[in-house]
Design a protein around this ligand. Structure first.
Ligand SMILES: Cc1cc2nc3c(=O)[nH]c(=O)nc-3n(C[C@H](O)[C@H](O)[C@H](O)COP(=O)(O)O)c2cc1C
Length: 126
């Protein structure tokens, strides 16, 4: 989602949603120089969850810097059912296989969301 003045519009929305006691904000924003994450966290009264193309180190850095309260992982979690355990163990996520994410072929797939291996089922790659 874009806007001609993202700082003004998203800052205003964050502040107003906080006044209305919305439980949390989930900010999907690729990390770039013009990131509004920290500002939005300062304006919103509740927890802010950062998302988009995050890796474990990004999440740790953002939380350490106070830019976010938590980090969400999307596609890595689809591909890695035990992502939290792998991060804790210093392991890498399984490679993502996009055809199994959101196929629009209309045909039944033999492999999909629930077939990615856990650490116990595949060697841990570090
Ligand atoms: C197959 C697929 C389905 C998704 N479905 C939704 C959805 O229903 N609602 C939503 O808010 N985001 C949805 N997303 C977006 C993810 O929540 C997330 O914002 C996005 O994948 C970026 O995070 P990532 O880089 O960690 O994957 C979907 C993403 C994928 C790949």
């Amino acid at each position: 989602m874009g806007d001609s003045d993202p700082r003004a519009i998203f800052g205003h929305v964050a502040e107003e949603l906080g006044k209305r006691k919305v439980a949390f904000l989930f900010i999907r924003e690729v990390e770039e120089e013009d990131s509004l994450l920290s500002e939005i966290r300062g304006l919103f009264a509740g927890p802010v969850i950062a998302n988009d193309e995050m890796e474990a180190a990004d999440g740790a850095r953002l939380i350490e810097a106070g830019a976010a309260d938590a980090v969400a992982f999307g596609r890595d979690y689809i591909a890695t059912p035990d992502l939290a355990e792998r991060i804790a163990a210093g392991g890498a996520p399984n490679p993502q296989h996009k055809p199994t994410f959101y196929p629009d072929t209309g045909e039944a797939l033999s492999v999909g969301y629930t077939d990615y291996p856990t650490m116990a089922e595949a060697p841990l790659s570090v």
